[in-house]
Ligand binder design. Structure first.
Ligand SMILES: Nc1ncnc2c1ncn2[C@@H]1O[C@H](COP(=O)(O)OP(=O)(O)OP(=O)(O)O)[C@@H](O)[C@H]1O
Ligand SMILES: [Mg+2]
Length: 456
């Protein structure tokens, strides 16, 4: 979508020069000759940026600025002043103008100021939209998703918060199982009590009993002191049994007992201890399937599967991609303490087509890598890692005409088009072509293309 710019300038020649430059640089420019006309446009449609002269007959630029902001709080304003009236520019900045231009200014100055202001408008709009999504139920705490599947997950999660029932969370790796488990614990009545994570895949079978239920001093070689097990430690809180599908069948039997009657016995002691623990279990394996194969106890499965929550893989709810990307942009830029680069439509499209075997975790990690590696303010297809590159929209989009083509001519033609579109800026043209700045420079030389001659 081309950013919309409203140009308010009473001098027709100047107005046309400015609007023409903007239109050639891919802005959608609307021309008006006074503040009143500008306001009627603003009333009718949303505009990203208002570029206004300060001195116009009737209402002046400063008043227009105030009115515009009142009508459209999201609009950015750039004011144009004569050299002599720099104080009015300062006054405009105080009233919330994004920037000012001192007449006379050249094309480059205009384009730089307009690009910055429209980018700011776009970022603010994105933030506003993100906030709206959040208030409209596209997130539950820090869990984000707007697909119907995730809405269902949110519903079940919210139900789980207020009851004590055992929850079984199933989903592929990186789909947010632990995130949900933590939400259930930390939003619920047990939030001030411990949340204890047990990674069932990581405990050797011989140690499971002592890990979960504790042991008395001297109960086995190496047991030099008595120790509480995870269930005793979690008393009053929650035990999160992660990777439950990887637990050995022997250990499964021992777990069954505590789930049935809430009683644990330390290894080497026959004293039963009552514990008040809520259990949340998670697995990336298909527990029902494991039961069918005899690898998981059916009775334990039924004990766990009281409140089942299934999180679908990201590729099956790819409509969550934009909001997840927006969420991680904010999260990662806070973590790295720098502003996140813009993400091009081709990048998003490649992400949409990729399969994401590592799901949301892989998306977050990929974005963080991209942000760290990117040294410009925009991410283009050229920045993508190999795994995503093959999914960029460019590949396979052109069909070779019957008579064939001269590849060199096509390349020249595309480079010229990209330069036209970028208003002669090599960096942006390179982005459009998925090339690096250097490569494009090299090709310009090779084809003897003079960018200045193109854009004037
Ligand atoms: N819907 C979501 N919204 C925001 N962040 C998410 C979402 N889903 C996952 N994440 C993030 O992705 C990462 C992985 O999530 P988590 O550890 O909960 O996954 P998991 O399902 O437990 O994975 P594994 O099976 O590999 O243990 C975390 O950084 C988490 O914050
Ligand atoms: Mg996990």
């Amino acid at each position: 979508m081309r950013p919309k710019v409203l140009v308010a300038e009473d001098d027709q020649v100047q107005r046309d020069v400015i609007a023409d430059i903007l239109e050639r640089a891919e802005y959608d420019a609307t021309r008006v000759s006074c503040a009143e006309e500008a306001l009627s446009v603003l009333r009718a449609e949303d505009v990203d940026l208002l570029v206004t002269d300060m001195r116009m007959p009737g209402m002046d630029g400063l008043e227009l600025l105030r009115e515009a902001k009142r009508l459209r709080p999201g609009v950015e304003v750039v004011v144009m002043t004569a050299h002599a009236s720099i104080e009015t520019a300062v006054a405009a900045m105080k009233e919330g103008a994004a920037d000012y231009l001192t007449k006379p200014f050249d094309k480059e100055e205009l384009l730089v100021v307009v690009a910055k202001a429209t980018e700011r408008a776009r970022l603010l709009r994105e933030n506003r939209e993100l906030r709206e999504l959040v208030t409209h139920g596209a997130s539950l705490g820090n869990i984000v998703g707007q697909s119907p599947a995730m809405q269902r997950v949110f519903e079940l999660t919210q139900k789980a918060v207020s009851v004590n029932s055992t929850v079984l969370i199933q989903g592929e790796s990186g789909t947010g199982k632990e995130l949900i488990a933590r939400h259930i614990h930390f939003e619920g009545p047990r939030k001030d009590k411990p949340f204890v994570v047990v990674n069932c895949a990581a405990i050797p079978d011989t140690l499971v009993e002592s890990e979960l239920f504790g042991h008395e001093k001297g109960s086995f070689t190496g047991a030099e002191t008595s120790r509480k097990g995870k269930f005793e430690i979690a008393h009053g809180g929650t035990v999160f049994l992660d990777e439950i599908g990887d637990m050995h069948t022997n250990s499964q039997a021992k777990l069954l007992r505590v789930l049935q009657d809430g009683i644990v016995e330390r290894v080497g002691s026959s004293q039963p201890r009552k514990v008040d623990v809520r259990v949340i279990a998670a697995t990336n394996r298909n527990l029902g399937g494991l039961v069918a194969n005899g690898e998981f106890r059916e009775d334990l499965f039924f004990r766990l599967d009281v409140l089942p929550i299934r999180i679908p893989p990201l590729r099956e709810r790819i409509q969550d991609l934009p909001i997840l990307v927006a969420h991680f942009r904010a999260k990662i830029s806070a973590r790295l303490d720098r502003s996140a680069p813009r993400i091009g439509a081709d990048v998003l499209e490649a992400m949409r087509r990729y399969r994401w075997p590592g799901n949301v975790r892989e998306l977050e990690n990929t974005l963080e890598q991209l942000f760290i590696m990117c040294d410009s303010d925009a991410l283009g297809a050229g920045d993508l890692p190999e795994k995503l590159l093959e999914f960029t929209p460019q590949s396979g989009q052109f069909t070779l005409p019957l008579g064939g083509i001269v590849l060199e001519d096509l390349e020249q033609d595309l480079i010229r088009q990209a330069l036209e579109r970028s208003g002669g800026r090599i960096k942006e043209a390179a982005e459009l072509l998925g090339l690096t700045y250097k490569t494009l420079q090299y090709r310009l030389k090779k084809h003897d293309i003079d960018r200045r001659e193109l854009v004037q």
